[in-house]
Ligand binder design. Structure first.
Ligand code: IDC
Length: 333
């Protein structure tokens, strides 16, 4: 009798120990808390505790160019040391092994990078933007079919993930109208909302995502919910004029989201304009508008955050960062 009870007690204790150890190991592995769900209210983004958030972060360069920066250590490092809360995964559609111009193996590589990026972001406690990075393909209708398939796949996979944000057309430009973009956006939203009812979706506008005043006058149907409008600027090229357009859109109640900016010129290179950058940052802070800097790479261009001589993928020292990086990070802290 005694012996049997002893065995049962021993077994139960052993089970408890195993459960506690598993719990501790797992919580260490996961580390950061997953970010809270977001929703758009008026011109603001709020979390599920009702707090207005200003998302701050960095965009990768093109995933095909610099896949190595999609790594967990980098994401964790940037969150802790740069105070970012968001990372953007820029997947070009047409340029250099783009999703729509490369072969099937290239597509698989890109999908894998996005899957990794989404996972690492979650483990680091960051929001993540899956960016359909149109650029030379200025009209999003060009690869609409591919886009619908891509976002269907993403929304099916990530509908339960509160940290995932979709950006469906980086920068429409050239011969494209707001009506083209709107029609495209509503088709993509139809697909996304079938699987993911509430993720934030960022929509661009013509003139490299600057025509937010035009979008404000003819908004995407409210029925989709949680839609925000991209506003992109490069401080050495765009100043007061663009801020006035943005203000006009805000006054009309349009939620804006700066999913890409630089403090150099619009080529992604050239001198930086700190004076104008300060005005932009003030404007964004006042209005609690998300800001995602271009770009996390060591390319020899002034928008790149890492100096071109530095090959480290995390743990960067101040002297290994570009002037753009130092200026922006200083504002994030
Ligand atoms: C630039 C990169 C550059 C790359 C080029 C490809 O910085 O290294 O060769 O794209 O065409 C944007 C775009 C973004 C651009 C960036 C700078 O969204 O893809 O990246 N920019 O030109 N809009 C305004 C500026």
């Amino acid at each position: 009798m005694q012996g049997k009870r002893g065995k049962v007690l021993f077994g139960a204790t052993l089970l408890m120990v195993v459960l506690v150890v598993t719990f501790v190991v797992n919580s260490k592995k996961t580390g950061a808390k997953a970010p809270l769900e977001l929703k758009v209210q008026g011109t603001h983004i709020m979390n599920s505790k009702g707090k207005k958030l200003q998302l701050k972060g960095i965009s990768t360069h093109g995933l095909s160019w610099y896949p190595e920066y999609v790594n967990k250590k980098a994401f964790k490092y940037m969150k802790k040391n740069w105070n970012i809360n968001t990372v953007r995964l820029a997947m070009y559609t047409a340029e250099y092994n783009g999703y729509c111009t490369g072969d099937a193996a290239n597509r698989q590589r890109l999908i894998k990078l996005i899957d990794d990026g989404v996972k690492y972001a979650e483990e680091a406690g960051l929001y993540v933007i899956i960016d359909w990075h149109i650029l030379s393909d200025g009209n999003p209708m060009t690869y609409k079919k591919e886009s619908l398939e891509f976002f269907k796949m993403m929304a099916k996979k990530y509908n339960g993930k509160s940290h995932v944000i979709y950006e469906i057309c980086n920068e429409p430009n050239g011969a494209v109208t707001w009506n083209n973009v709107k029609t495209y956006a509503e088709s993509v939203l139809e697909v996304i909302r079938k699987y993911d009812k509430d993720a934030i979706v960022i929509v661009g506008s013509p003139t490299w995502s600057q025509d937010v005043d035009i979008a404000a006058a003819d908004r995407i149907s409210e029925k989709y919910g949680n839609v925000v409008y991209a506003l992109h600027f490069y401080a050495a090229t765009h100043g007061e004029n663009l801020r006035q357009k943005a203000q006009k859109a805000l006054d009309a109640g349009l939620p804006l989201f700066v999913s890409e900016f630089g403090i150099c010129d619009a080529s992604g290179n050239g001198g930086i304009n700190k004076k104008e950058a300060k005005k932009w940052f003030k404007f964004l802070k006042t209005n609690k508008i998300a800001m995602i800097a271009w770009n996390l790479s060591n390319k020899n261009e002034s928008s790149a955050f890492i100096k071109s001589g530095c090959n480290k993928l995390t743990g960067w020292k101040k002297r290994e960062l570009s002037s753009s990086a130092r200026f922006v990070i200083d504002k994030y802290k």
